[in-house]
Design a protein around this ligand. Structure first.
Ligand code: GLN
Length: 447
């Protein structure tokens, strides 16, 4: 009831949800109430109303990817994460807005609506998991799920002043996540606190035979890792992440956070990650290449909208895709198809893969000397709606501090570290592969 009251109060100005299904949610809540009354609901998440990003399929609940293409797509199965959360008792009240097919960083690429930042409704919530971040920040739901391919959990968490965790690639099953760039996509929680993130990760992490890239690595107890003790923690601060493009007000907040860590008994040093400057270029080639292949399934035959009265089969594909996809999605399909085409493959796709390896080595090297790396999540605070929409290159640069982490596949978390000019700044902590426990512990000690 509290959740619905809050939605009634805030949703007209925030516009976080694409689909709300009150009947289903109430039925599920009632069932948990009854179990609770019998003393049978022992899960910590039982009865919690949550929202899920609209690229994560939910059985019987419309899943659009914020695209016209999937306007009427109602999945007939659950993603592994929504199944696990359901089993843990969480109640999905609806699906959250995003940039179309998770391509973007502001929610302005949604085919339906632009979600607003609860701190200032003239500003973007970030993206692509902007609905997921805004909903939690507006206190509509205690937590939500998002997906992060190049920063889409961390950057909106940063802009909205909440916690966003991108787990290690392979830690959380991608089964039922509509693929954008399969070698980068990862699902994770957006929450109000680090402790909440630990609990949600606990519920969704672990090996899944339905996802061939799911990692069979033991899942430790995340909540019990939150001891508050970071004495002796060695922090590396990549100097390339504190360079010219980073707003001085953001840098100042990060320096304050480092002082807090010092006072808790941690030490820090500057470290160099020399290949950082090539990350954005490599990412946009690789992510677009994978997207061009993944999105081939949207042909007007198998899923979603079908163009009316086509002349022939080819015309059906062309018309359906022309009508169903938005501008940014088309841009990426064209860029990716170009980078993969014979004659250009070696020069672009293969070269970008090699750069990815060099970036991964930067992380291997730095994480062999430090327990965690610390940086801003984004170079600036939330920008104004409409400010960057005509300049895709400028938009792409917003992810310069989150993209390298995605290319390396390592885990990272964004936590709030104060306000600059009244807007939240995000602190990014980056951990060793599969050491989400260490990452959460370090983040929790600061919080
Ligand atoms: N903003 C980045 C992009 O547009 C990252 C998106 C994401 O992580 N899904 O590709």
């Amino acid at each position: 009831e509290a959740s619905y009251a809050r939605i009634a109060e805030t949703e007209a100005s925030i516009q976080a949800f694409l689909t709300l299904d009150e009947d289903r949610a109430r039925t599920a809540a009632k069932a948990w109430d009854e179990q609770y009354a019998k003393g049978e609901a022992d899960s910590l998440l039982a009865g919690l109303p949550i929202g899920i990003k609209d690229n994560i399929v939910t059985d019987g609940l419309r899943t659009t990817c914020a695209s016209r293409f999937l306007e009427n797509f109602v999945p007939v199965y659950d993603s592994s994460v929504s199944r696990k959360l359901k089993e843990a008792g969480a109640i999905t009240i609806g699906k959250l807005n995003m940039d179309e097919f998770a391509m973007g960083g502001s929610n302005e690429n949604s085919a339906y609506q632009t979600t607003r930042n609860p701190w200032d409704t003239n500003r973007v919530p970030g993206g692509s998991s902007g609905g997921s971040a805004a909903s939690v920040a507006a206190l509509q739901v205690p937590f939500s799920l998002g997906s992060d391919t190049g920063g889409s959990i961390r950057q909106p968490a940063s802009y909205c002043g909440i916690v966003g965790l991108k787990p290690t690639y392979g830690r959380v099953s991608r089964y039922g996540l509509v693929a954008f760039a399969s070698s980068l996509d990862q699902i994770g929680p957006l929450t109000r606190t680090v402790e909440d993130a630990a609990h949600v990760l606990q519920a969704i992490a672990g090996y899944d035979q339905m996802d061939s890239t799911s990692a069979n690595v033991e899942v430790s107890s995340y909540p019990s890792a939150l001891t508050g003790d970071v004495k002796g923690l060695r922090i590396g601060v990549p100097k390339e992440y504190m360079g010219e493009g980073v707003d001085p007000v953001v840098k100042a907040k990060i320096m304050e956070a480092l002082k807090v860590y010092e006072s808790l008994g941690a030490t820090w040093e500057e470290v160099s990650m020399p290949h950082t400057e090539y990350a954005v270029a490599a990412y946009y080639l690789l992510a677009s290449s994978e997207a061009s292949s993944n999105l081939a399934r949207f042909d007007g035959v198998r899923y979603g909208v079908r163009a009316s009265s086509p002349d022939n089969l080819l015309d059906l594909y062309v018309k359906s895709r022309s009508e169903g996809f938005g501008q940014e999605v088309k841009r990426r399909i064209m860029l990716g198809t170009y980078a993969l085409s014979s004659g250009y493959y070696d020069a672009f796709y293969l070269k970008a893969q090699k750069v990815r390896t060099l970036i991964k080595r930067d992380f291997d090297e730095a994480l062999s000397r430090y327990d965690i790396l610390l940086a801003p999540t984004a170079p600036t605070t939330a920008f104004k709606i409409g400010e960057q929409v005509d300049n895709p290159l400028q938009m792409y640069m917003n992810d310069i501090l989150t993209i390298p982490v995605s290319l390396a596949g390592v885990p990272a978390i964004s936590i709030p570290c104060g306000l600059a000019d009244g807007l939240p700044v995000g602190l990014q902590l980056i951990g060793k592969p599969f050491d989400e426990a260490g990452l959460l512990k370090a983040a929790h000690a600061y919080e």
